[in-house]
Ligand binder design. Structure first.
Ligand SMILES: Cc1ncc(C[n+]2csc(CCOP(=O)(O)OP(=O)(O)O)c2C)c(N)n1
Ligand code: SF4
Ligand SMILES: [Mg+2]
Length: 307
């Protein structure tokens, strides 16, 4: 389990420089800035086509300092990480240098899933981080497997997506890898703690981080943290870790085992334009979906307590 982190534990050294090309209020900027602080300079990061490649900048300019970054084709990020890790092992440097694949939800849940599954099955020693802004944002908000139910995108019907999100952390859990965690841009201490923890573990580590996106979700740039917190506090996005099969809820989600402690899901859905076509039946469907996912969490929690 990740160690508890206080604000003053987070190093002041910056690896993500200001003045980059991200939108104002981008959740990914917060996630990446914090993750790089936890990973430190002895890291090689491979990134597929996404908003993150835009953050890195065009040829000749970059907003990442002291950390090596490689841009790879869309479907290949986990294969690219496997190659980097093999080279590090051949040079005897795999304990010294952390290999990380950092990809969006489209690059993970859809186009990159077979490479990721293969790398996890081969027990490749790397961290795979998926920042989940719940659509293909870089190309103008197309639906991905991770887009939530009822959310409007440019490739969904007018009333929004008809399926729920693909549960990628659960898919990785089924690969029996040593570490799976969820996090959210609104909780930098949680992000920092989980990357620090993952860095210490040998084998495949998977961290899935919800990343509010003002233009894609339709909210004001000042509300990124508010959106991330509402996603967690309503119970829509539970924060947890599974280390060697042991499940633990992270502090912001612990009390939400009690449904009465969860904020109404309407508070989350009604503040984003992408959900403004939801009917009352859709909201009821959300309530059912959230209760069902917490029933699963309860069963995991119980099994872990019995271990
Ligand atoms: C093979 C291939 N297909 C399509 C594209 C176009 N493309 C570039 S970025 C992107 C969206 C990526 O979505 P996601 O992985 O969710 O990251 P985000 O843009 O949301 O950060 C697409 C479709 C591409 N670069 N390569
Ligand atoms: S589109 Fe969304 S994820 Fe991409 S840079 Fe803008 S705010 Fe960030
Ligand atoms: Mg995306």
């Amino acid at each position: 389990m990740a160690d508890k982190v206080k604000l003053y534990d987070i190093p002041e050294e910056e690896f993500l420089l200001p003045g980059n090309r991200m939108c104002a209020g981008c959740g990914l900027s917060l996630i990446y800035r914090t993750a790089l602080k936890a990973l430190g300079p002895n890291t090689i990061i491979t990134v597929p086509a996404s908003c993150l490649t835009v953050l890195h900048g065009m040829q000749g300019f970059t907003s990442v300092d002291k950390i090596s970054v490689l841009n790879t084709p869309f479907a290949t990020v986990a294969a690219s990480a496997s190659g980097i890790e093999a080279a590090l092992e051949a040079m005897g440097k795999d304990d010294e240098v952390t290999c990380v694949a950092f990809a969006g939800d489209g690059g993970t849940t859809d186009i990159g899933i077979q490479g990721l599954s293969g790398a996890a099955e081969r027990r490749t020693n790397f961290i795979y981080a998926c920042y989940d802004n719940e659509a293909y944002m870089n190309t103008g908000v197309q639906r991905s497997g991770s887009t939530p139910y009822g959310s409007f995108t440019t490739t969904t019907p007018i009333y929004g997506k008809t399926e729920h999100k693909k549960n990628m952390p659960k898919i990785l859990e089924a690969h029996d890898i040593p570490y799976v965690a969820t996090s959210c841009a609104a909780y930098p201490l949680d992000i920092y703690a989980k990357f620090k923890r993952a860095k210490k573990i040998k084998g495949t580590k998977y961290i899935h981080i919800l990343s509010p996106c003002p233009p894609g979700w339709g909210f004001s740039t000042k509300d990124t943290i508010k959106m991330g917190k509402l996603a967690v506090e309503t119970g829509f996005w539970p924060l947890y870790e599974i280390e060697n099969g042991k499940f633990s809820l992270s502090t912001p989600s612990k009390r939400l085992l009690d449904p009465a402690k969860r904020k109404p899901i309407e508070e989350y859905l009604s503040t984003q334009k992408r959900f403004n076509r939801l009917s009352n039946e859709d909201i009821e469907e959300y309530k059912r979906y959230i209760n069902q996912s917490w029933e699963y969490i309860k069963s995991k929690n119980l099994t872990t307590q019995l271990l």
